[in-house]
Design a protein around this ligand. Structure first.
Ligand code: ARG
Length: 465
C-alpha cells in the first residue's frame, strides 16, 4: 500500500527497511502537544483569512481537541506506517472528521510544521532548565551562607595553595550557573521567530497571516526568510552548546565531590541518600551520584557534536537529515535535567567536615603568601624580595618538619632581621581568610554578604539568572 498522505505518484509502498529508517514517530511523538498547538493556530488563521470556511475550521478544531485528549489518556494509537507525529495526527483527524481534515494542510508543509513544533518544545525546555539551575543555585547559596567562615584548603594544580572558605567555593559555582542561565535566556531570545507559514521552503500563494500565527504561538514575530525558517536548527545547537557548558560545570563540581569525599581527603560527608555501598567491602561509601553526573556529561557533549555533524554540510533548505535533530536534543535535555536534580540533592545533603577542612587548610605552607604580604606591608619590602625571603623560611620549616607558625622567631630573624613577633598574627588559616577582604575575595564577611544577596535575588526574581 502506498502512503496515504503523499503516495499519489507511487506505485508501491516502502520497503520494510525504508519504514524502519524513515519513521520518526517513536521519538517525535514527544512533540504532540506542540504539533496540536501549531495546527490550532494555523487552522484559526486559515479561517480568519478566509482560506477555509469557518465551519470546516470548527470541525478541525474539535477533532484536534479529541486527539489531544486521546494522546493525553494514552488511547491514541501511533503508527509507524504514518512516519511521524504530523501525519499520525492528520490521519487520525481524517478518521474523526472525514475529508475536511485535509484542508488543515493548506499553505503548510511538514517542513515549517516540524521546525515550529521543535522550536516550541525547545523554548519550554529552556525554561525548565532555568528552573532546575535556579534550584541548584539556591542550594549552593544556602550552603555558602551556612559555611561562610568554614575554612578549607584552596587548591591550584590540586596542591594546597591558600586557605579559602567552603562558602566561597560554593559561591564560585553559583556564579557559573548564573552564566549558564544567562546563556539559556539568550538562546531563548533568539528562538523568538516563528517558522510557521514558510511552507515547504518558498512561502505560499495563499493570503496567510503569519503575524497572527506567530503571536498565537507566543513568538515575537514570523521568521523573515522562508528558506532559513525551515532549515534553521540554531536554536537547538545553541541549547546544546549551553547544555554542554552547564555539563562542564556540573562535572567539575562532581569531580570535586568525589575528591573531597574520598577518605584520603575526608573534607565532606555525603548523605546515605546519594551514596552506595559495596557488595564485598563493607566499609565502602561510594559517591556514585557524583560519578554518574561526571560521566553523563559525555552524553550531553555527544549530543551537541552529533547535531553539529548532522547540520554542517546541509544545503538549503530542508533535508531529511534534519529529522535526526530530535534524538540528540531529547537525550541531552533529559540527561542534563537528571544531572541537575541529582546535583541539587547532593549539595543540599553535603556535610563539610569543618575540623578536617581546617587542618587540611593549614597544610602545605598555605599561609606563605600571608607571610610574604606581611613583609611587604610591615617592612616595605618589594614583593619579589618578600617572596624570596618567604621561600627560605618555608625551606627551613620543611627541613625541620615544622609548620610555618612553629618556626622560632630567632630562626626567621636569621633570614630577615626586620621580622618581629607580630608576624605570627598572620600565619594562622583563620587570619588568612579574614584578611582577604578585597572585592570577590574569600573573607567570611564578603562571603556572608554575597550569599545573602544571592539568596534574596534568587527568591525575589527566580528567572533573573
Ligand atoms: N519527520 C520529519 C522531521 O522530523 C518532518 C518533516 C518531513 N518533511 C519532509 N519533507 N519529508 O524532520
Amino acid at each position: 500500500m502506498t502512503n496515504k498522505m503523499w503516495g499519489g505518484r507511487f506505485a508501491s509502498g516502502p520497503a520494510g527497511i525504508m519504514e524502519e529508517i524513515n519513521a520518526s514517530i517513536d521519538f517525535d511523538k514527544r512533540l504532540s502537544a506542540q504539533d496540536i498547538a501549531g495546527s490550532r493556530a494555523h487552522c484559526e488563521m486559515l479561517a480568519g483569512a478566509g482560506i477555509i470556511a469557518r465551519e470546516d475550521a470548527r470541525a478541525i478544531l474539535k477533532g484536534l481537541d479529541t486527539i489531544a485528549s486521546e494522546i493525553e489518556s494514552g488511547s491514541f494509537e501511533f503508527s509507524r506506517a504514518l512516519e511521524d507525529i504530523h501525519m499520525n495526527i492528520e490521519a487520525r483527524l481524517a478518521a474523526l472528521i472525514g475529508p475536511v481534515a485535509g484542508k488543515l494542510h493548506t499553505a503548510r508543509s511538514r517542513n515549517d510544521q516540524v521546525a515550529t513544533d521543535f522550536k516550541l518544545y525547545i523554548r519550554d525546555a529552556l525554561l525548565q532548565l532555568d528552573d532546575l539551575l535556579c534550584g541548584l543555585q539556591q542550594a549552593l547559596a544556602e550552603k555558602a551562607l551556612a559555611h561562610a567562615s568554614t575554612v578549607m584548603p584552596g587548591f591550584t594544580h590540586l596542591q594546597s595553595a591558600q586557605p579559602v572558605t567552603f562558602g566561597h567555593h560554593c559561591l564560585a559555582y553559583v556564579e557559573m550557573f548564573a552564566r549558564d542561565r544567562s546563556r539559556f535566556a539568550d538562546a531563548r531570545k533568539r528562538a523568538n521567530e516563528c517558522p510557521l507559514g514558510a511552507a515547504a521552503l518558498a512561502g505560499t500563494s495563499f493570503p496567510i497571516d503569519r503575524e497572527q500565527t506567530a503571536k498565537a504561538l507566543g513568538f515575537d514575530a514570523p521568521a523573515a526568510n522562508s528558506l532559513d525558517a525551515v532549515s534553521d536548527r540554531d536554536f537547538v545547537l545553541e541549547t546544546l552548546s549551553g547544555a554542554s557548558i552547564t555539563a562542564v560545570h556540573l562535572s567539575r563540581l562532581a569531580e570535586e565531590i568525589v575528591i573531597w569525599s574520598s577518605p584520603g581527603f575526608g573534607l565532606v560527608k555525603l548523605s546515605d541518600r546519594f551514596t552506595t555501598g559495596s557488595s564485598i567491602m563493607p566499609q565502602k561509601r561510594n559517591p556514585d551520584a557524583a560519578e554518574l553526573v561526571r560521566a553523563k556529561t559525555g552524553a550531553v557533549f555527544g549530543a551537541f557534536t552529533q547535531l553539529l555533524v548532522v547540520m554542517k554540510g546541509l544545503p538549503l533548505a530542508y533535508s531529511k537529515d534534519m529529522q535526526e535533530d530530535k534524538v540528540p536534543a531529547f537525550t541531552a535535555l533529559d540527561t542534563l535535567s537528571l544531572m541537575l536534580a541529582a546535583m541539587s540533592g547532593m549539595v543540599c545533603d553535603l556535610e563539610p567536615q569543618a575540623d578536617a577542612m581546617a587542618e587540611a587548610a593549614g597544610e602545605g605552607y598555605s599561609t606563605a603568601t600571608d607571610l610574604a604580604d606581611w613583609l611587604v606591608r610591615s617592612l616595605d619590602m618589594p614583593f619579589r624580595d618578600a617572596h624570596r625571603v618567604t621561600g627560605r623560611i618555608v625551606a627551613l620549616a620543611e627541613a625541620s618538619g615544622m609548620a610555618l607558625e612553629q618556626v622560632p622567631l630567632g630562626d626567621m630573624q636569621d633570614i630577615e632581621p626586620g621580622i618581629t613577633a607580630d608576624i605570627f598574627s598572620v600565619l594562622g588559616v583563620e587570619n588568612s581568610v579574614q584578611s582577604r577582604t578585597s572585592f570577590g575575595g574569600t573573607a567570611p564577611s564578603n562571603v556572608r554578604k554575597m550569599a545573602q544577596e544571592w539568596i534574596k535575588r534568587l527568591e525575589s526574581d527566580p528567572t533573573s539568572g
